[in-house]
Design a protein around this ligand. Structure first.
Ligand code: NAP
Length: 409
């Protein structure tokens, strides 16, 4: 008898928490080794393909991706097992063997985070501390609808709503730029509860109405998909049809990086399309309420919509003083006029844009359609080139300093 205990190889297995995941597909799109897949219910990680690069961790809006279990490598969770989960399995004790994958993984996290490049995002250094994951599907916060107002013109093709949720005696601290999840009632075609859908908070941290413990959302009724095929958006139609007094299950909040700076003198360069205006409205409103403090800093906004009547918050935006915010609208479907996108307006204002991109106190926020990302990147590149700067060098700097924030779907 040798007397030595049999050793096992321990794997820190990367998993996705099905209770928090909102199935936005960001992780699957991000994963360079194609380790992430999904079926109609769950997103899962193939332990044989995951190389712990961590590229998927930072873009995940909810943090569901940042789930790990120490397992005996020979008994790692298979894809079939993960696809059947409604919640993560508990961490069971694993006899210590050789943690073969650990040192490599930890080394990578450290090097990526300190470099501040690629997929890792940082909040502005002066951002307030965000609270996340306070409420889950098992223990949601229950909000009461205190308002549901149509933002788009009566003859507009889209029905965009400003929905105010009141949390009564329940604490749900949120910051501008954070999101909350809403779980529609009822069951999906497979007989399971609907997934949570994520919405950006459109009100500032002290609430839609200060001291009322409420917040607002900007929700477009989804009647077609990105390709124009008719679909009925489960969550958006549920939200848009809510009446005053209805109760809503809310989870979250989420988001630790798309946050606004708090220090006086900081500027915001905001680019949005459609309902991607929600976080910009929250940040602008935060600054508007503090206008008398004369904290300094500039606000520059590029806002794209099909038409004036389709642009959420058009009326209130037009009432803001010019010396408070520099607004640049881009309308794409005005009869008899050429299509204008936000990137066209950025080019028209290239001198001011390049100046703000180079200003260490300016923070950039992009929110809305995924398709605009490339156009905005090219417009920033052009603005820099015209003004003697190299976007290739400016962008990594912006990211490393927590000054570049993108949220697109
Ligand atoms: P939309 O009305 O379809 O489009 C808004 C404007 O963007 C239109 O003028 C459109 O022009 C233009 N556009 C289309 N492709 C573009 C491109 N490649 N580059 C620049 N502009 C482009 O927008 P929406 O339906 O409101 O969509 C907003 C997006 O924001 C959604 O993806 C939503 O998921 C996301 N979002 C929403 C929230 C929220 O809290 N509700 C938060 C964050 C993000 P055309 O005339 O060519 O269509």
């Amino acid at each position: 008898m040798s007397g030595s205990a049999p050793t096992i190889e321990v794997l820190r297995q990367h998993l996705i928490d099905p209770e928090i995941c909102i199935r936005c597909n960001t992780c699957e799109e991000t994963c360079p080794s194609h380790a992430i897949t999904h079926d109609l219910r769950n997103y899962v990680v193939d332990a044989d393909k995951c190389n712990f690069c961590n590229d998927c961790i930072s873009p995940c809006p909810t943090g569901a991706i940042d789930s790990w279990r120490q397992v005996d490598k020979a008994k790692r969770y298979t894809l079939v097992e993960q696809l059947a989960w409604d919640s993560l399995p508990p961490q069971t004790e694993v006899d210590a063997g050789t943690p073969a994958e650990m040192p490599k993984e930890i080394a990578r996290i450290t090097s990526v985070a300190t470099a501040g490049q690629g997929g890792v995002a940082f909040p502005p250094w002066s951002a307030a501390h965000p609270y996340v994951n306070i409420y889950s599907i098992q223990k949601p916060a229950i909000a009461t609808v205190s308002g549901n107002f149509r933002l788009t013109a009566g003859d507009a093709s889209s029905d965009i709503r400003h929905i105010v949720l009141d949390f009564g005696g329940t604490a749900l601290p949120v910051l501008e730029g954070q999101t909350i999840g809403v779980q529609p009632p009822g069951l999906d075609p497979s007989g399971k509860p609907h997934h949570v859908r994520l919405y950006s908070v459109a009100s500032p941290r002290e609430g839609e109405r200060p001291r009322y413990n409420n917040l607002s959302l900007t929700v477009k009724r989804v009647t077609e998909d990105h390709a124009g095929t008719p679909v009925v958006g489960v969550a958006s139609n549920y939200l848009c049809d809510l009446k005053k007094g209805d109760q809503v299950k809310v989870v979250g909040p989420y988001g630790t990086t798309f946050l606004m700076p708090n220090h006086p003198g900081s500027s915001l360069l905001m680019v949005c399309t459609g309902t991607g205006s929600a976080p910009m409205r929250a940040m602008t409103e935060r600054r508007r309420r503090r206008i008398a403090l004369k904290e300094g800093g500039e606000l520059m906004l590029f806002f794209g919509a099909r038409l004036e009547g389709e642009l959420p918050y058009f009326g209130p935006l037009m009432k803001l003083p010019n010396d408070f915010i520099d607004i640049n609208f881009a309308f794409s479907r005005v009869p008899g006029q050429p299509k204008h996108y936000v990137q066209d307006r950025i080019r028209e204002r290239s001198a001011d844009v390049a100046r703000l991109l180079a200003d260490e106190s300016c923070y950039v926020y992009i929110c809305g359609l995924k398709g605009m990302e490339q156009g905005i990147d090219e417009a920033f590149r052009d603005a820099c080139r015209e003004n003697g700067k190299d976007w290739g060098a400016v962008l990594p700097n912006l990211r490393a300093q927590g000054r570049y924030h993108v949220e697109t779907y």
